[in-house]
Design a protein around this ligand. Structure first.
Ligand code: BYC
Ligand code: FE
Ligand code: FE
Length: 482
């Protein structure tokens, strides 16, 4: 058993899980490695594979000094297997086994449930890399290009994190699942990724920033819930993944913030006071706020679907089993068993949207989603503060949870962003008021021209306040290969 905080960097696969002492596992991972590299080259970032990218690489698992920065060619990135340190005497924090010793091996009765969670988590990681594959060609700056690639290599490391669990703890099925993770493909008709949002396109940088703001935040919430797991290796893996996740959401929060800032500044400079005068705002070469709102509507709804149904026996089962907890379970003051507790769920009843108390165990997806929505709303307010500082009368907001859903209570109805139910006809007629229209997408696409000179930014986005790793504004974050 390895409980080491030092990372072995000598072998093919950097790790702190004692790979050298486990030849069977090492062979399994080493034989998965070539297929992984093939996947990275074929489905990872298109181009740029010979460029030197100023990336951070995880080198330890201590809270400070866990990463180092340096120029790396992406295929040479040291994707490693890193677990947060083992907590001595840890017990299962919730569910029917609460208080028992945390599992170091897969509990036989929950093998299938656990495998499913690991596979779903693992599937999203390469999916996001595939979705972002073409964005490098239109990056608004070298700074943004570098951030894209940082997110990509870390999501790919998250795939390694799950593949490690599959290969170490799930034998033959685990090895098969690890192959399947490289085989399924985002958006593929015959072999799509498992969850809806991970089969959507990420066609432009506005979408990329929305994705990292909303969908990576689902990643954070789900990883937080899995970090509570009574299956200790899953908990430790997820705890370390969370250290990387913060940067992904930073990219989204600040990316949209910089777009909003630039749009507002351009309007002021031109003396435009009506942010909904889309034609005139667009003529300035910046993205109008209503289009940003529509993109937010799209990505928020897609991400809400990732939480599963509001009422879910799957969620109750994985909680009872001690496999997946609530967001910050360790900070919640209740019995952590939840028999008899209730939770308020927004539901559809007789064609109306109502709030209803239901057994808390069946509402765990809803609860996690509420935690997500509260955090997302706080992030939106930071964008609104930028708009307010510019003296422009406009507010961005999250749409109602019933808006444009494909999973759960509201999958079968249509609603506007205020939560008013609409007939199918009215939805069709008014769709383009709520979601990006073909014309909106075409306008955003028209702005997507690459800027590759150090320190320069595309005209639709403001520069960041500070550089990565304290670097100055004109730092060459990516040295493009000839
Ligand atoms: N699309 O009981 P229900 C990340 C299925 S993101 C398609 O309501 P459950 C990342 C469901 O599988 C975090 N199918 O839901 C972010 C079930 O099928 P079965 C990823 C869906 O099971 C950015 C049926 O519908 N991690 O890391 O409680 C970049 C009934 O489901 C969807 C996780 O999600 C959907 N959206 O909840 C990179 C954590 N939703 O079993 C990375 C692990 C539901 O009847 N996963 N279905 O055949 C889970 O905890 C759960 O699987 C879910 C679904 C929360 C996703
Ligand atoms: Fe991830
Ligand atoms: Fe992420």
């Amino acid at each position: 058993m390895s409980d080491s905080a030092t990372v072995d960097y000598d072998g093919l696969i950097p790790n702190n899980v004692g790979l050298n002492a486990d030849p069977r596992l090492r062979r399994a991972l080493e034989s998965w490695h070539p297929g992984y590299l093939d996947w990275w080259r074929a489905r990872g970032p298109d181009g740029f594979q010979d460029s030197l990218v100023y990336l951070r690489t995880a080198i330890g698992v201590d809270s400070d000094g866990w990463a180092k920065f340096g120029y790396v060619r992406m295929p040479d990135y040291r994707w490693g297997i890193l677990l947060a340190p083992q907590v001595e005497g840890r017990t299962i924090p919730f569910g029917a086994h609460k208080g028992e010793k945390a599992w170091q091996e897969v509990p036989g009765e929950y093998r299938a449930l656990l495998r499913r969670l690991v596979v779903v988590q693992g599937d999203t990681e390469p999916a996001s890399v595939e979705q972002q594959r073409l964005l490098g060609a239109t990056a608004p700056s070298l700074y943004d290009l570098r951030n894209l690639f940082q997110v990509n290599v870390e999501e790919a490391r998250h795939l390694w994190a799950m593949v490690y669990l599959l290969q170490k703890y799930f034998g033959r099925d685990g090895r098969e699942e690890a192959e399947e993770l490289l085989r399924r493909r985002s958006g593929d008709r015959d072999s799509p990724r498992l969850l809806g949002a991970f089969n959507e396109a990420t066609p432009d940088w506005l979408s990329f920033f929305m994705f990292t703001f909303f969908t990576d935040r689902d990643g954070k919430m789900q990883l937080q819930a899995l970090a509570q797991s009574g299956f200790d290796p899953l908990s430790r893996t997820c705890r370390f993944m969370l250290t990387e996740e913060a940067h992904h959401m930073f990219v989204g929060q600040t990316g949209i913030g910089r777009i909003v800032e630039r749009s507002c500044a351009a309007m002021r400079e031109a003396g435009l006071s009506d942010p909904t005068d889309i034609e005139r705002v667009r003529a300035l070469g910046v993205i109008d706020l209503p289009t940003i709102q529509k993109k937010a509507n799209l990505h928020f709804a897609l991400t809400l679907d990732l939480f599963g149904g509001e009422i879910s026996t799957n969620a109750a089962n994985v909680f009872n089993a001690g496999l997946k907890g609530r967001y910050r379970e360790d900070k919640i003051a209740d019995d952590h068993v939840l028999t008899g507790a209730t939770y308020a769920v927004v539901r559809l009843r007789d064609g109306r949207i109502v709030t209803e108390e239901v057994p808390a165990l069946s509402a765990l997806n809803m609860r996690l989603r509420d935690d997500f929505a509260a955090e997302a709303a706080a992030g939106v307010e930071r964008w609104n503060a930028i708009i307010a500082r510019a003296g422009i009368a406009y507010r961005l907001r999250l749409p109602h949870v019933a808006f444009n859903r494909r999973i759960g209570e509201f999958a079968g109805i249509e609603a506007d962003p205020d939560g008013n139910l609409l007939s199918a006809e009215e939805w069709q007629r008014r769709r383009d008021e709520f979601l990006p229209s073909a014309a909106d997408d075409a306008f955003v696409a028209s702005l997507m021209r690459p800027v590759t000179e150090p320190g320069k930014f595309a005209p639709w986005i403001a520069p960041p306040r500070t550089g990565i790793d304290g670097k100055p504004g004109d730092f060459e974050y990516v040295r493009l290969a000839g």
